[in-house]
Design a protein around this ligand. Structure first.
Ligand code: FAD
Length: 552
């Protein structure tokens, strides 16, 4: 994506979102809409309209009448939207997702027409991929598009089938529908209200209840041939895959925004709430369990998101594995942070009156849609397994060496410990290869998680280094000061190194009757234990930072 907003425009956009939310979306209204299970159509239309907030304009490429935000801009905006309400954010995402097959695979005419409708008319899209029996495995789709021919040339298609869990499903103006043609899976643009096209009721969901989710039913729905996206059959799965790096980054930003939104409520609450003679915020056992580890995991995820967004914007391609890493880390961290925020509020957090309860239910979806966490683990493990094999086992040793070079330049950001994690990961993968452990799907997926954590630790170290050297992206979040980012990165690197080493022992031993041979030595487990030194002091540093009491 060549487009990108200039930093001032992004700042203005973020401020406009905040002002709109402060004016129109008080917590009391969001809680009420959640309780009433209501999609606030008027609010969503105003958020999408160019005359008012115009969020969609930010996503539409410049050449089609939008403002042309890049991946970095989209991440910042998605994070902000999610911090306000994940249901409303999902409604905006649905338009973005729905138009994505057109953006990446449409003909010039299709792009101009449909992107123009989003930009000019604030048209809402829905993205119809999932089916009752085809979720994670989209290849199993049953919706069919039969060609209609006139004098031997295809003039249209008749689409029949059903779609499940479609965001904006009952409220969109335009739908992109994935259907099987004789040439393979293909995307079609279908207008709301055409004959044979109906939708189910607004689903009664656990969370994101402000987002409309509905099933779609297509019974012999006729569309002209120019509604086939890209004009060639069989491109559907490729087009869907092409945008995953990018769209998963958006959902990652949702996890990040919602997770921080929960902590941002728990932190001030703990300053006001006193138990046993002092505020909860002054109790180490409270902050170090319920606040600090979550702030650190969220910031590690932020580092992975920012790095991936920057690389996508600089034209490095689709970065599907990196997108999956970012999504996995941020949505798991966001969900855990929201859960901890309920705990941090005690009994009050367990009631509908407190936003943390709603945030927890809302953020849960981020681990499911746009590819579940388990599908992320499989994607990450398979992708990096290939790198391990292709490099003859040196892929993560090489990454470790890069971190060692960084440590020599800047010893303050935990690069040496992240390097230990990378060396240990390389050894783990090699042992898995020798003993054919990835034949066990559970081990493959646990490796996926360890890979995500390890790559997250490297991204965090690099971000901490750049923050210290005042080289962060000009649009980067400045939530924490460099000294706190460095401390958080050190804590994270220690956690990750320990996780990789101990989980490696667990699965290698667990797979073959307890024999680990020289694995402990190869993993560098003693060095990893020693690297835990200073952990509590660093956690104290992060506590000070997240509570806004920076050391003089
Ligand atoms: C609120 C909401 C909004 C949504 N919005 C949209 C939308 O706008 N458009 C759209 O197209 N879809 C949408 N979805 C669908 C969503 O993307 C799917 O629910 C998701 O991809 C999972 O598919 P599934 O529900 O069929 O679960 P399944 O694929 O059946 O998975 C069930 C469980 O099995 C696990 N699993 C699946 N395959 C494997 C495997 N090979 N190995 C190990 N474990 C596996 C999964 O991780 C999960 O835990 C939405 C869903 C929800 C709930």
């Amino acid at each position: 994506m060549a487009n990108a907003l200039n930093p001032d425009t992004l700042k203005v956009a973020l401020r406009s979102i905040d002002e709109f939310a402060a004016r129109e979306l008080p917590d009391s209204l969001l809680i009420e809409l959640d309780e009433r299970d209501e999609f606030p159509a008027e609010i969503v239309r105003r958020m999408s309209s160019g005359d008012e907030l115009g969020i969609q304009l930010l996503f539409v490429p410049f050449e089609y009448g939008g403002m042309g935000g890049g991946a970095y801009d989209v991440y910042r905006i998605c994070e902000r939207m999610a911090a306000i309400d994940l249901g409303l954010a999902t409604s905006e995402l649905a338009t973005f997702l729905g138009s994505d097959p057109i953006r990446v695979g449409g003909t010039e005419e299709q792009k101009a027409l449909y992107m123009g409708r989003i930009a000019k008319d604030g048209a809402l899209f829905a993205y119809g991929a999932t089916e009752p029996e085809a979720g994670s495995d989209l290849g199993a789709l049953k919706t069919v598009a039969e060609p209609v021919s006139d004098n031997g040339s295809v003039t249209g298609y008749r689409i029949s089938g059903a779609k499940q869990w479609i965001s904006n499903g009952g409220v969109a103006d335009l739908y992109t529908i994935l259907a099987m043609t004789p040439g393979g899976p293909s995307w079609f643009v279908v207008e709301a209200g055409v004959e044979g096209f109906t939708h189910g009721h607004h689903e009664d969901k656990h969370g994101i209840r402000l987002s409309n989710t509905a099933a779609l039913f297509l019974s012999n729905v006729y569309v002209d041939a120019d509604r086939l996206i890209g004009g060639v059959e069989g491109q559907g799965l490729v087009q869907a895959q092409k945008v995953f790096g990018y769209t998963r980054l958006m959902v990652a930003a949702f996890g990040l925004g919602a997770g921080w939104s929960a902590l941002d409520r728990a932190i001030p609450y703990s300053k006001k709430r006193s138990q046993a003679g002092s505020p909860l915020s002054e109790k180490q056992g409270y902050t170090h369990k319920l606040i600090v580890p979550h702030a650190i995991a969220l910031e590690a995820a932020r580092a992975a998101i920012e790095e991936t967004a920057e690389r996508i914007d600089s034209g490095e391609g689709e970065l599907q594995i990196e997108g999956a890493v970012a999504k996995f880390l941020a949505t798991e961290a966001g969900d855990a942070a929201a859960d901890a925020a309920i705990q941090a509020h005690g009994g009050y957090g367990y009631t509908h009156d407190y936003m943390v309860e709603k945030i927890k239910r809302d953020v849960r979806i981020t681990r499911i849609y746009e590819g579940t966490s388990e599908i992320m683990e499989i994607t990450i493990a398979r992708g990096r397994w290939q790198e391990h094999l292709k490099s003859g086992g040196s892929y993560y040793h090489d990454r470790a060496r890069e971190l060692e070079v960084l440590h020599a330049e800047n010893p303050a950001v935990g690069a040496d410990v992240a390097a230990l994690a990378h060396h240990a990961l390389a050894e783990t993968l090699e042992r898995a290869r020798q003993e054919k452990l990835t034949r066990s799907q559970h081990i493959l997926m646990r490796l996926g998680e360890l890979i995500a954590l390890t790559e997250g630790s490297a991204a965090f170290v690099r971000r901490a280094h750049r923050a210290g050297a005042k080289q962060l992206h000009e649009k980067a979040s400045k939530r924490l000061k460099p000294v706190a980012i460095a401390a958080a990165s050190r804590v994270n690197a220690r956690n990750v190194a320990l996780r990789v080493a101990t989980e490696s022992i667990r699965w290698v031993a667990g797979a073959d009757g307890g024999t680990v041979g020289d694995l402990e030595q190869r993993l560098g487990i003693e060095a990893i234990y020693r690297a835990q030194g200073g952990l509590l002091a660093d956690m104290a540093e992060v506590t000070t930072a997240v509570y806004g009491r920076m050391r003089a």
